[in-house]
Every structure is written in structure tokens, then in C-alpha cells.
Ligand binder design. Sequence first.
Ligand code: NAD
Length: 495
Amino acid sequence: MAREVEKKAVFDTDSAKEVVKELRASFVAGKTKSYEWRVAQLKALLKMTEENEPQIAAALRDDLSKPELESYIYEIAMLKNSCRLALKEMKRWIMPEKAKTSLTTFPSSAEIVSEPLGVVLVISAWNYPFLLSLDPVVGAIAAGNAVVLKPSEIAPATASLLAKLVANYLDSSCIKVVEGAVSETSALLEKKWDKIFYTGNGRVARIVMAAAAKHLTPVVLELGGKSPVIVDSGINLQVSIVLILLHVCFLCDLHADILICVFQVATRRIIAGKWGCNNGQACISPDYIITTKDYAPKLLDSFKRELEQFYGKNPLESKDLSRIVNSNHFARLSKLLDEDKVSGKIVHGGERDKNNLKIAPTILLDVPLDSLIMNEEIFGPLLPIIMVDKVEDSFDVINSSGTKPLAAYLFTNKEKLKEKFVATVSAGGLVVNDTTVHLAEHTLPFGGVGDSGMGAYHGKFSFDAFSHKKAVLYRGFACDAFVRYPPYTRRKLRL
Ligand code: NAD
């Protein structure tokens, strides 16, 4: 009996076939297409999130010891915002879009109709396991699809909570969670899907894309990369000028806190995007810094001061830093730090606690470009600083890597440098004078380019990612151009 139960729990290709069959039947019956169904599911998803915030935060703590505030801001609140936006805008998104027509088809009118793709598969990653699982699902539901979600096995507490909550709150004949690792994902990938939305690393993305190609299934691939931050030395001077003005205007001794914030704003924003995002385990976290030789020591001092203020003298004990997700990733990061040509370059941090999978915020200065740490995505709390003679040389450093990052950041006050940055650096997204916050703007597409991925989502882009844009042309019977029909005479050719 026990053996029978065990057997049933295995998710194989037959189970995948059953799941797809059930969801396709619901889709073909038109269940997911109605506006009312989409609204009901999005409301249920919102309610599910609102009613289970403590459980979600607890699962994220189990999986990553993620600080509660980070769980709330970057996972729970963002998902709720996505649901609310879709509920507010969906009617407009669904409306057919009028298109102009030309003399060729006169008289006619045309429109672009957004139709659901069908049954879609979402495969997500472990680092923001709640948001990255459900945010694409919001787009899939809004666009009228049936969905299978496969969360990451590397965040097991969140994966099993998702399976339980989705089954309890959403329409299980159209939306299902399949838990599992490589074999379960492989079983799912054998089936024909109408779209696969994958978040994770480039190696597995190639497996996903190869499986999708067998069925001509389109894919969205949300991958990673080495996201650089360029810090221009001019920023110090310019901010100092602002400071002097503020001194004069506000009688400095009363406003010391404000002044410190202005002065350190670049450093703080880099820290927030690096260690304040899952201790660097975020796809758009700053991967490395490029600055000028003369500015690097000032920047380093500023990092040291701020890091101590945020995480204390012993950051391994800080409750405000996530741990490394598992021992494999801990070993991977340790290898990057221990490489001979890199280990002597640690200028801040470097402490590790293997038992608790903690690594302190660590800064490395002047690491060689051919080191391991500069040739793979770090995805953790290590931050190399590369030094160049002139800030403009930063563009060559980025472009010489031959890969396109998911994000790139520049801190400067110089308009010309901003223009050159936008014109020269190819990345999924760019931010000037901050890090990671473009993610929160639903009017901007979020996705990679080249090695950092293909396709995009967020806001209406999520709806579009799961819709087919159907071209529809309406003609009248008048003006039936005889030139189209045989016989193809010379006279017709001259017309
Ligand atoms: P992961 O290990 O959780 O893998 C992602 C998914 O792939 C999981 O669901 C997993 O079960 C599945 N998988 C793993 N091996 C597989 C195989 N052989 N066949 C089929 N499926 C398989 O996550 P990860 O890849 O370690 O995630 C980290 C990477 O993801 C980083 O590169 C990061 O930059 C990127 N990422 C990108 C985004 C984004 O939005 N662009 C967000 C988060 C993470």
C-alpha cells in the first residue's frame, strides 16, 4: 500500500500528459478566455497573497533566511501590485487595437486582436521564488491562458506553499503547480506547450529552448549575466557642490543627516541593489564596479563606512542579510574567492560561515579580468572593483566581455556620459544613478538581450508575452480591382 502511494507521487511523462490534457480541455472549452474568469482568478491570486503574507515570509525565511522587509517589498508587495495593475488595465489590454489601412485594400478597416496562446508552462528560479513564480502567471491569466507552474526545487518551502495555496485559491482545472526538479521538469518539457516562460541560468535555458524547438513552441527566457556599475569620479565633486549649497540653505548642523544621505547616495544605492537584494543573489544585482584609479579609494572608504552602518561590525550575524541558498552555491562562491590570483585582492569582508551558509559583504579591488570571478555571473555577496584610467574606458571593459548583461548602471552627473552610456552599452535594461529599481516600473519591459535572455514581461508586456497578436482585415465588396485576376495582360502590367 505504502509502495503504491509512493509510486503515485512520482511525476513522469504520463503525469505530464494528464496535466496537459486536462488543461487543454479547459482551454478548448473556452473557460480561460472569458473576461470574468480572468478577473476572478486575478482577484483570487491577490486574496491568496494578502491572506497568507506571514506564511509566505516564513517560507522565504526557511529557503533563504530572507529578511522579512525584503520578502515584503520585493516579493509580496510586487506580486500584489502586478495583480492590481492587471485587474485595473486588463479591459483596455484585451480591447482590439485599431490599425490603419492603405489604398491597396481600400475600402477596408483593420484591427489587431490579442488572443490567448493556449496552455503555457512557467518554470521559475529559487532566488525570488514567490514573485518569479507568480508574476508570469499574472500575465498568463490576464491574457486568458491555462498555466502550469513549475517552481524551483532549490526553494522547497516556497515551492510546496505555492502548490498548496494555488490548489486552494485558484481554478485547478486551468492553473496547476507541479513540484519537482530535473526529472519532473524534463517530463513537462517533452509535452507540447503554446509558450514556455523560463527564469534561470543560461545552461538550462538551452535545454528548455531545444525542447521547445521540437514543437515549435515560442519561449521567453529570463536569464542573468554580469551587470556592471560604472561610477564616475565627477559625482563626488558635483555632490559636494550640492552639499555646500545645502549647508548654506539649511544651516548645516541641524541637517547633518540629510547631508550625509546626499553625499553617500551613490554608495547606498549600490549597496541596496547588491547586498540589499537577497545578499547579491538577484539577477540584476550589481556584479562588478568600474571606476577610475583616482576615485576607487574614495569609493572603497565610502562602502566600508556604509556597510558597517547597515550590517554592523560582524555582518555574518546580521539579520538583514540573506544566507547563501545552499552548500553548492556556497562552494561555488568560495571557489571564486579562493582563486590564487583573486584571494589577495579582498579589501573588505571575506568572512564566511560554512555551517550557516553565510558570506559577509566582500569587496575586491583590482582583480584581473581573466579571473574566474570576472568570467561568470557572481550571484552572491562578492563585489569586484575594476579600475580604469578614464571613465570612458568602462565601455570597452563592458563590451570586450562579448556578452550582453541583464542590466547596466551608471552613476554620473554628466549629460554627455549618460548619452554615451545609452548609445554604447547593450543590456536588458539601463539605469542612470541608481541600481535595480527599473524592475519596479511596470511601464518598462523587463527582460534580457543576447546571453541575458529573450522576450520581456511586467505590466502590459506580461499580457503581450502570453498573447498572439492576430491581424484582422475587414473588406467591403466594392472596388474589386480587376488587375488581380487573369488573364495577366500587358495592359494590366502597365497600370
Ligand atoms: P534554478 O536552479 O532554480 O533553476 C531554474 C529552473 O530550472 C528550476 O525550476 C529547475 O527545476 C529547472 N531546471 C534545473 N535544471 C534543469 C534541467 N537540467 N532540465 C530542466 N529544468 C531544469 O535556478 P538557477 O538557474 O540557479 O537561477 C539562477 C540564474 O537565474 C541566474 O543566472 C540568475 O541571473 C537567473 N535569474 C534571472 C532572472 C530574470 O528575471 N532574468 C530572475 C532570477 C534569476
